[in-house]
Design a protein around this ligand. Structure first.
Ligand code: SF4
Length: 412
């Protein structure tokens, strides 16, 4: 019985002939099975290890029975392991993954083919070029190219982890929220149209053959939608010119978003904007103030109402653990009250993002200065549970999707 991702597709001594979505397969005698799909080349070794490459030959994953390493476009690596009690995840140095993959992929030779699908010639014609790229893949060079184009991609909402990021702006236009260290020391900058066009061209070139696998766009960074309407429309035109009708998503903070009218949002919807993620954090006005976030429950409500009226879906993000013990009761009560006021429904998201306290970060300093005690992990879980339990959704609108949003498990 298959027990892991490797064995799902590879069974020793037998060509897996009908893996859904794969266009070519080659079984090497006594060696690995190579399978090509519309998104990747997967190489399944007899020792129950699978390597995954995108169509540009870029290493994306090493999978074993109970653990896997996922390499993002940035070159950062997330290690995930199944344990008896759950799932363990952490960002790890890439060296181990890279060396192992290099050694394994270098051993693959297409000369002793046992079986092939759909036939030997077709399979080789489809697989050989991608394999060659995978064998020549240079992690360091690729990661450096990424940095030249993006500098960094700090975070994305979980449902768009695989979106293609286009950075119309860099950094955050505010950058003073106590709890947020994501864009600290990055000078906010909106790219001029010609700069954005050049950025888009560089992204397209970097993605190469893997470009068609990205079916959603994310307009970054922190609050790209803060720009003037006319400038934004121009940004969306450039996006359209390059990516046609692919859906566009983006972050927004309510203290900037509430001013935009329904008509303006409609115009952006026509340009391709399909979902906006709003860092609501809490429904407690006093806690927002303590967090130094200049939005209010009213500005969050107005922003969501306007977006929904314009036909744009939302993702609302709640900060679990914000304000620690001191704000725990009011955070739950007011967050439930605000979420229940929002016109969210089927197709929208509500994310619960556990607070990350960075040593030496501003939140940490404010905690000590103001005598605020943080919540323990079980208390955070309890807080999330209490908020979820208090939510009531209008049956006519349907139920939004509720999920966790972990900042520390992100690689782009
Ligand atoms: S939470 Fe949003 S507005 Fe606040 S500093 Fe971070 S990115 Fe900027």
């Amino acid at each position: 019985m298959p027990t892991g991702s490797t064995q799902l597709y590879y069974q020793r001594d037998r060509l897996v002939s009908d893996v859904p979505g794969y266009s070519a397969g080659v079984q090497i005698k006594g060696g690995p099975y190579l399978a090509l799909s519309a998104t990747e080349l997967a190489v399944y070794f007899p020792e129950d290890v699978a390597l995954h490459y995108d169509l540009e030959g870029r290493l994306t994953k090493i999978a074993e029975l109970n653990q896997y390493y996922r390499r993002g476009l940035s070159g950062r690596v997330l290690w995930t392991r199944k344990t008896a009690t759950g799932i363990e995840r952490k960002i790890v140095p890439p060296d181990k993954m890279i060396h192992r993959a290099r050694r394994l992929i270098a051993s693959v030779k297409l000369d002793k083919i046992e079986t092939a699908k759909p036939d030997r010639e077709t399979a080789l014609g489809r697989i050989a070029g991608v394999l060659e790229k995978a064998q020549a893949f240079n992690h360091e060079r690729d990661a450096l190219r990424f940095r030249e184009i993006y500098r960094d991609v700090a975070i994305l909402p979980p449902d768009v982890y695989t979106a293609l990021v286009l950075q119309a702006t860099q950094g955050c236009s505010y950058d003073k929220c106590l709890f947020c260290e994501l864009y600290r020391n990055v000078r906010f900058q909106a790219r001029k149209p010609e700069e954005f066009r050049a950025h888009v061209a560089a992204v397209r070139q970097f993605m190469g053959a893997a470009l068609p696998t990205r079916r959603t766009l994310f307009l970054g960074e922190a609050n790209a939608l803060v720009q003037r309407q006319a400038d934004l429309v121009e940004v969306f035109h450039i996006v359209r010119e390059n990516f046609g009708n692919l859906p566009v998503t983006s972050f927004l903070d309510a203290f900037t978003g509430w001013r935009r009218t329904v008509e303006q949002w409609r115009e952006l919807r026509q340009c391709g904007l399909r979902r906006v993620y709003i860092g609501m954090e809490t429904g407690d006005a006093k806690l927002l103030e303590w967090l130094q976030k200049p939005s209010t429950p009213a500005s969050v409500a107005r922003t969501v109402e306007n977006l929904k009226e314009a036909g744009i879906a939302v993702g609302v993000i709640v900060l679990i653990g914000a304000g620690g013990q001191q704000f725990a009761l009011s955070h739950v009560r007011e967050t439930v009250a605000l979420l229940n006021r929002l016109p969210v429904g089927k197709g929208d998201y509500i994310y619960f993002s556990p607070l990350v306290i960075y040593p030496n970060g501003r939140y940490c300093q404010a905690m000590y200065c103001n005598g605020v005690n943080s919540l323990s992990p079980p208390q955070m879980r309890e807080q999330e549970r209490s908020i979820r339990e208090g939510l009531r959704f209008d049956a006519r609108r349907g139920r939004p999707y509720l999920a966790r949003y972990e900042l520390e498990q992100f690689v782009y």
